[in-house]
Ligand binder design. Structure first.
Ligand SMILES: [Zn+2]
Length: 158
């Protein structure tokens, strides 16, 4: 017989497995068991569920089984509901192709910068280089450089 637990106990155990240190809008890392693709997984009622889908459920978003949940941050172990969007398989393939799969943060208008480029831009900007000269010497558009210098969404890159 399976041990009985309430939803509250389940939720408490769930969130104990999540690390939320760092930036409040940063990724919430699943620290427990993961599947071969890096998605967090969690045991409930004798079945494994994907942790990020469970996170949405606990935030009151009912996700139909066939509905895909996509990580805007490209970090499969992240369970921050604000980084998750519902999408179709088509969206998923399209966004994978557009941004590559490896670097989180490479999305939404700054899709073509790598995290290394972001670090380089920050380093030079904080060292006093102007945005125009950074852009020119790195072969980047000036608006992309400007966004990195201003945009909070890149703060997870340190
Ligand atoms: Zn995330």
């Amino acid at each position: 017989m399976r041990p009985h637990y309430t939803e509250t106990e389940y939720a408490a155990a769930f969130w104990r497995k999540v690390r939320m240190d760092g930036h409040p809008r940063g990724c919430w890392e699943w620290t427990a068991s993961k599947n071969e693709h890096g998605y967090g997984r969690v045991h409930r009622g004798g079945v494994f569920f994907k942790a990020h889908r469970e996170s949405l459920r606990m935030f009151g978003v009912m996700v139909p089984h066939e509905q895909l949940v996509l990580h805007e941050c490209d970090n499969p172990s992240c369970v921050n509901p604000s980084h998750l969007t519902l999408g179709s398989q088509l969206d998923n393939m399209k966004s994978c192709r557009e941004r590559g799969r490896s670097n989180r943060g490479e999305r939404n208008g700054m899709a073509y910068l790598t995290e290394d480029q972001v670090r380089e831009i920050r380093r030079r900007f904080s060292g006093g280089d102007g945005q125009a000269s950074i852009a020119a010497s790195m072969g980047l558009g000036r608006s992309a450089v400007l966004k990195v210098c201003k945009n909070v969404r890149w703060r997870h890159v340190v």
